[in-house]
Write a protein that binds this ligand. Structure first.
Ligand code: PLP
Length: 403
């Protein structure tokens, strides 16, 4: 193929050989395997996509809103930059039920968490960042793309995969990414740990970006919002998503909370983000927002609770199977993920290949989430129950044959 070239300089981020995004790399390997084994019955416990359909109330709202666009009298054009009032009010109500008081203008409706976790960094320049590891690979890529100076704080089996702020060496303010319940480890921050991070952020004058994409899976005393901790409004942005809870991985809707108290370098972050969003996006489509509001209604939430139970049970099945084979595992209690230590000298990549070849089961190699996870693999409980049970039995067979 003939290629053209121009004189523009590509940013260092794309020049360095970062390789593919983790899940894109895994997908490539699966495609290769499928080509060589066209009849293989592969079950994916890999990428965290959901398998249950949307709640009927959500689909009805989605369809009704779409049909409104057919009539001149109910047609709508551009949505408001930061979200429709009806959805922002529903989100405020959702937080109220978690005993967190927010106002509508602290909510920014988004098309999901991933983009927000990247884009929020556009507000800062010349900054340090702290990323706990292992973690969702988007944080490290987002920081690299913005040229941030990054400190990785390792969590490991010794601290139960719960990273603690005592380990941070960066002096002065930094952007700190936290995620609870965590992807990939499935562990969730107890209230005391979250408090210690908030205290750390306040005293070091840092800003936490709290990824609450899995909040609906948390139970008991595990905080489902960082704002359940006193002082968090002074130091934290929260990013949330309907992807895993309400099945919106394809529909795309979430939100970001930026409390009015948050000021960085003399600038109110809520104002800065309003300015940024008004320039960078024309919002989320009306039918999607109508569907999101339905997902947050009483009936929608009832459906979500059932879906969460279903996925947690899948995760429990996977974990108990692995544990019965003598495998060290984390997660599955407040999260749809099981994080397993690979047995018999396998690292995550070898185990991924071994499970695909011998059980036609896809797991995600841990190394893509961080160095300390390279001997681990992540299994997702978000697949269909029947497939999960079959996958668990196939894994049992190959693990038993290993002894
Ligand atoms: N945050 C975490 C920790 C995730 O695991 C994911 C998706 O897997 C996301 C954010 C992205 O969510 P969304 O689908 O809303 O972009």
């Amino acid at each position: 193929m003939k290629e053209s070239t121009n004189i523009l300089k590509i940013s260092d981020y794309f020049k360095c050989k970062r390789g593919d995004y983790l899940f894109a790399a895994v997908a490539k390997e699966i495609e290769k395997y499928k080509k060589a084994n066209p009849n293989a019955d592969i079950i994916s416990l890999g990428v965290g996509d959901v398998s249950l359909p949307l709640a009927p109330i959500v689909c009805d709202a989605y369809a009704k809103a779409a049909l409104e666009l057919k009539e001149k009298s109910t047609f709508r054009g551009y949505p408001p930059y930061y979200g429709h009032d009806f959805l922002k009010s529903a989100i405020v109500g959702y937080y109220k039920d978690k005993s967190v008081d927010l106002s509508d203008d602290e909510i920014f409706v988004s098309d999901g968490a991933k983009r927000e976790l990247n884009d929020l960094l556009t507000v800062f320049s010349d900054f340090d960042a702290v990323i706990t590891s292992p973690s969702y690979p988007v944080y490290a890529d987002a920081c690299a793309a913005r040229g941030a100076r990054v400190e990785i704080v390792e969590a490991s089996a010794e601290n139960g995969f719960i990273p603690l702020p005592e380990r941070v060496k960066t002096k002065g303010g930094a952007v700190v990414y936290l995620c609870s319940p965590s992807n990939p480890t499935g562990t969730a921050y107890p209230r005391e740990v979250l408090k210690s991070w908030v205290e750390f952020a306040l005293t070091s004058r840092s800003l936490i970006i709290f990824d609450a994409a899995y909040e609906s899976f948390a139970s008991g005393d595990i905080p489902r919002s960082i704002y359940a901790v006193e002082g968090a409004k002074m130091c934290a942005i929260e990013v949330c998503s309907l992807s895993k809870s309400a099945g919106f991985t394809g529909v795309r809707c979430g939100w970001t909370v930026i409390p009015k108290e948050l000021v960085s370098g003399g600038v109110r972050l809520n104002d800065a983000w309003k300015r940024r969003q008004a320039t960078a996006t024309n919002g989320v489509s009306y039918p999607v927002q109508a569907a999101a509001a339905a997902a947050l209604s009483d009936k929608g939430r009832e459906y979500t609770r059932e879906a969460v139970k279903y996925y947690l049970e899948n995760a429990r099945i996977l974990k108990s199977t692995l544990v019965s084979c003598g495998i060290e595992c984390y997660g599955a209690e407040n999260s749809p993920y099981v994080f397993m230590k690979c047995p018999n000298g396998f690292d995550g990549q070898n185990f991924f290949e071994f499970a695909l070849k011998n059980a036609q089961v896809v797991v995600t190699p841990g190394g893509g989430f961080g160095e300390s996870a390279k001997n681990y693999a992540r299994l997702s409980g978000l697949n269909d129950r029947g497939k999960t049970v079959v996958a668990a039995e196939r894994l049992r067979r190959i693990l038993d044959n290993q002894e």
